[in-house]
Design a protein around this ligand. Structure first.
Ligand code: ADP
Ligand code: MG
Length: 323
């Protein structure tokens, strides 16, 4: 059966933890990822691809500060747009090359994509998502003076000199702004890369105009909203572990395989999945099934194809309908 699959790619699809993030390294990782994606296209599935941007946005923010004496630094929403272009370009070109070689000349397109959030979101009251460079206490005090709008928090122990970092809100995504365009592109048979880095967070101002906001949206939660608007059958989260685990990091650790929505709700409530990493993935999977999706999967890149046929990964499926 041909399906519409929204694939959310984790950080390791573009940059491995031990890498500096050179263009060559990123291209190599993107090529490995695209080979898996192309094998899904070979089965006739339609793909919508989304991706994280943490390391790339981090590096760009460092460049903004380091070059501030010569070039005006750009705000966080514009940095987000830059990374959508940067990462989208790498995937777009690599996929196009591979598909042409395979004689599957599907159009591949990446779009700059905004995602609506609300400044009433509780996360704006106590921002927790660290972004950009680490600062010493003196640097943190200076930046606080220059930018009174910044929230700077101590994110490492006292023994570390550079332990301060800017933190921003991570609001819940409400709606994908360009959803009509994305939907039409998918219906037209294109491979679409959208909502990169969780999308550029935007709010409506008093005049009902969109405006970028200093925040970072979780890419798995935004990917789920994307899956809704394209009417996806499957939401596939590819990360650096092959499954979500209960009792993670303990000797009792055990991979979660195929579970119903109710079973996953129970595990989630028991607190097995860490906030900021596995937590939002599990939450996004549950939301997708609540919305009406057939199957939401968490697995690693190399297990993606097996997970689609049910022999790998964590898979969340709807509760059985009562007779
Ligand atoms: P991504 O870039 O793919 O979003 P994250 O680092 O945000 O990756 O999330 C994946 C990480 O979640 C894993 O590497 C693992 O360390 C962590 N994790 C936290 N809780 C769990 C759990 N219960 N089961 C498996 N992995 C978990
Ligand atoms: Mg993550």
């Amino acid at each position: 059966m041909r399906k519409i699959i929204v694939v959310a790619l984790g950080g390791n699809a573009i940059k491995q933890a031990d890498e500096a993030g050179t263009a060559e390294e990123q291209r190599r990782n993107v090529a490995i990822t695209c080979r898996q994606l192309v094998s899904m296209l070979r089965y006739g599935h339609r793909l919508v691809i989304t991706h994280g941007n943490g390391p790339q946005a981090g590096n760009l923010l460092i460049q903004q500060e380091a070059g501030a004496a010569e070039v005006p630094p750009q705000p966080l929403d514009i940095v987000g747009a830059m990374t959508q272009g940067q990462i989208g370009y790498m995937f777009q070109q690599t996929m196009q090359n591979m598909l042409w070689q395979e004689k599957m000349p599907l159009p591949v397109v990446s779009i700059v994509n905004q995602v609506l959030v609300s400044e009433d979101d509780p996360d704006y009251k106590d921002p927790s998502k660290p972004v950009g460079p680490f600062y010493t206490e003196e640097e943190a005090a200076r930046i606080k003076k220059e930018r009174p709008d910044y929230v700077i928090k101590e994110v490492k122990p006292k023994s570390v000199a550079r332990r301060f970092r800017r933190v921003v809100a991570s609001p819940d995504p409400i709606r994908n702004i360009e959803y009509v365009a994305i939907r039409r592109m998918v219906e037209g048979g294109m491979v679409v890369i959208a909502s990169g880095g969780g999308g550029i967070p935007v709010v409506y101002d008093a005049e009902d105009n969109l405006r970028g906001t200093a925040a970072v949206i979780d890419k798995d939660k935004a990917g789920e909203r994307l899956a809704e608007v394209v009417g996806a059958d499957i939401f596939l989260i590819l990360t650096d572990v092959d499954a979500a685990r209960v009792h993670f990091g303990t000797p009792q650790e055990k991979a979660v395989r195929t579970v119903t929505l109710s079973e996953m709700r129970k595990l989630h409530a028991e607190g097995h999945f860490k906030a900021g990493s596995m937590g939002p993935k599990v939450l996004a999977c549950m939301r997708f099934i609540e919305w009406g999706g057939q199957c939401a999967i968490i697995t690693s890149l190399d297990k993606a194809v097996s997970a689609l046929i049910g022999t790998a990964g964590t898979r969340v499926v709807p509760d059985p309908v009562a007779e």
